[in-house]
Design a protein around this ligand. Structure first.
Ligand code: ADP
Length: 193
C-alpha cells in the first residue's frame, strides 16, 4: 500500500505519519526531513534547499523530482514494502512524476489522506512548534508565505486526486487519536494492497 499524506503546513502530516508507520509498517519518506538533514550536513543540495525553505518557497520541481528518483534507484526495496509519502507531491508536476516513477515499479498511489485544518489553528501550531524546533521557517512572516504557496501550488492537488477517486478528506482540527481513528477507517478497504 502506498499512501500520500496531504495537507497544509502545520496540518499534522508528520504526527499522523508516525502513527501510520507503527500501524501498517510502511516506509516513511518525508521530503521536509530529508532536506533538513541535507541542510544540517551542509551538502550542496542542503545549501540550495535552504535558500528556498528559509523564504517559505518550494524547492523547484525538477530538483525535487530528481531527489526522489535517486532515492528510488538506490533503494527500490522501499517501494516494494509500501511507502508513506509525507510532503511529496506538493505540485501537480510532482504528482505526475510520482505516478510515473511508481508505475515503473509496477505500483501506484492507493490512497491520499488529506488533513483539513482551519487556518488559525495551522498558524497557532506552527508558531508553537517554532518555539521548540528552531526551524527557520516556523516564524510568522515565513508561515504566511508558506500558507500562500500552499494555496496557490499545492491545494490544487486535492482536485487532482479527487478526480482519480483516491482522495480521503479528514477533519484535522480534532485530537490526534480521533484523527488517526478516522484515517484507519478510511484506509481499511486498502489495507491488503
Ligand atoms: P511543512 O509541512 O510544515 O511545511 P515540511 O517539513 O514538509 O514542512 O517541508 C518544509 C519545507 O521543505 C517546505 O516549506 C519546502 O520549502 C520544502 N519542501 C518539502 N517538500 C517539498 C516538495 N515536495 N517540493 C518542494 N519543496 C519541498
Amino acid at each position: 500500500m502506498n499512501i500520500v499524506i496531504f495537507g497544509a503546513p502545520g496540518s499534522g502530516k508528520g504526527t499522523q505519519s508516525d502513527k501510520l508507520i507503527a500501524e501498517y509498517g510502511l516506509y516513511h519518506i518525508s521530503t521536509g526531513e530529508l532536506l533538513r538533514e541535507h541542510i544540517a550536513r551542509g551538502t550542496h543540495l542542503g545549501e540550495v534547499a535552504d535558500s528556498y525553505i528559509s523564504r517559505g518557497l518550494l524547492i523547484p520541481d525538477e530538483l525535487m523530482i530528481d531527489v526522489l528518483s535517486d532515492l528510488f534507484k538506490q533503494h527500490p526495496e522501499h517501494i516494494a514494502s509500501g511507502v508513506i509519502f509525507d510532503g511529496f507531491p506538493r505540485t501537480i508536476a510532482q504528482a505526475e512524476a510520482l505516478a510515473e516513477m511508481l508505475k515503473e515499479h509496477g505500483t501506484e498511489v492507493h490512497a491520499v489522506v488529506g488533513l483539513d485544518v482551519d487556518e488559525d489553528e495551522l498558524i497557532r501550531r506552527m508558531l508553537d512548534r517554532g518555539k521548540q524546533s528552531g526551524r527557520s521557517d516556523d516564524k510568522l512572516d515565513t508561515i504566511r508565505k508558506r500558507l500562500d504557496v500552499y494555496h496557490k501550488q499545492t491545494a490544487p492537488l486535492k482536485e487532482y486526486y479527487l478526480n482519480k477517486g483516491c482522495f480521503h478528506n479528514i477533519d484535522g482540527n480534532r485530537p490526534i487519536d480521533d484523527i488517526f481513528s478516522s484515517i484507519r477507517t478510511e484506509l481499511a478497504p486498502h489495507k491488503d494492497k
